[in-house]
Design a binder for this molecule. Sequence first.
Ligand SMILES: [Zn+2]
Length: 229
Amino acid sequence: MKMLPFVSLSVLVLAVSCGALPRRPDPDRFMYNEGMLGGDIAGGYIRTTVDGKTAILPDDDYGLWTDAIIYYEVHSSAEYPCVETGIILHRCWSYVGMYKFGPQDLSIQIPGCDYKGIILHETMHAAGFFHEHTRFDRDDYVIIHWDNIMPGTESNFDIVTLTESQEFGVPYDFESIMHYHLDAFSSNGEDTIEPYGVWAGTDPGNAADQDFFAQSDIDELNALYCSKK
Ligand SMILES: [Zn+2]
């Protein structure tokens, strides 16, 4: 059994740095799983009880990790020797928060999801965070081009409500590891997300291209887990 203390985020980065596999041309497609919220959030419960959150509010089934530690072990089917990268299932996805009644899966398929950025992104989901571009104030920073979104995937852009969320005063961050790229879920190759104002003209890229937490991600992790220490 391994553990990831949030008070020492460098442990996570080091854990996923071992080994090197050839990069795939389109890794983000592994993050789009049909039927999952946002493409990579497992748990049908989210569709009925949550519109979207900056960070999870604990409920009967999912909550925060005890003592800010994520315990994990590698699934027995894992074949790649860099076992610290996580449980290997199929494609890239995670539940949000800690399941209170037993083990939960975090899928890092190799090859396809073996990028530091994707592992950071999925682990951040497991810690309790949703996508940056669905947070409550997203319309103050980006325009969503609904006509360019693949039919049937519009719910992945549903705005966050504060009714069921908690936020920490950390400003919207286009460079967050939890922000999808400009043409996420595009049906026609055109952008679905357009930044304006302070973020106009910038491109967040995709998680695979960003192998580090943004400072805002670290601030929110610390606010969620370490503010009372
Ligand atoms: Zn995600």
